[in-house]
Design a protein around this ligand. Structure first.
Ligand SMILES: Cc1cc2nc3c(=O)[nH]c(=O)nc-3n(C[C@H](O)[C@H](O)[C@H](O)COP(=O)(O)O)c2cc1C
Length: 166
């Protein structure tokens, strides 16, 4: 096995993405209202940040057509995908609209809440921080929910599911 070593820069963008892709993550879909219309984005930049106060974060790319919608939203909901929700994740990786084909209801703040997820965090925007070509969005968690089940995993460009070692 050969190891690839490099300094991240314009010529090594692909290698940098491949190295980062070795870190397996869960998968989320973040939803908000943009000019009264539901908008969604698949994101694996989600992280827990603080227990008290309850804070989480995620990072939309500045290059995304949905960036302004998410950084401008006062309220948003982060959905942790269950292992059978790769269709939902695939949809919101491609486009931000098209909620009519999914089961959802508005939260008390009017944010679309998608059915069937493993966990959910209804958030109020607490801070925005510059993060290079992304913006770090910090959310104060107003409401959280979870259920038993297995989560969708993303690693090396592929969706999968978790299995514990024997
Ligand atoms: C598993 C997965 C995780 C992703 N995570 C992020 C993320 O954290 N931040 C982000 O900006 N885009 C992320 N994307 C890409 C977005 O879902 C979407 O494809 C991108 O915003 C497209 O830009 P557009 O709004 O210009 O169409 C992810 C895509 C996939 C498949």
């Amino acid at each position: 096995m050969t190891e690839t070593t490099f300094t991240p820069g314009p010529d090594t963008a692909r290698a940098f993405r491949e190295a980062l892709g070795c870190f397996g993550t869960g998968v989320t879909v973040v939803t908000a209202l943009s000019d009264g219309a539901p908008v969604g984005m698949t994101a694996n930049s989600f992280a827990s940040l603080s227990l008290d106060p309850a804070l989480v974060l995620w990072a939309p790319a500045k290059s995304s057509r949905r960036h302004a919608a998410f950084t401008g939203a006062e309220h948003f909901t982060i959905h942790i995908m269950a292992e059978d929700q790769h269709g939902l994740a695939g949809h919101f990786a491609q486009k931000g609209d098209g909620f009519d084909r999914f089961d959802w209801t508005p939260s008390p703040e009017g944010v679309p809440v998608l059915a069937g997820c493993l966990a959910r965090f209804d958030c109020t925007r607490a801070a925005l921080h510059d993060g290079g070509d992304h913006t770090i969005v910090v959310g104060r968690v107003d409401r959280a929910a979870y259920r038993p089940g297995r989560g969708l995993i993303f690693k090396r460009g592929q969706y999968g599911s978790f299995s514990a070692p024997e």
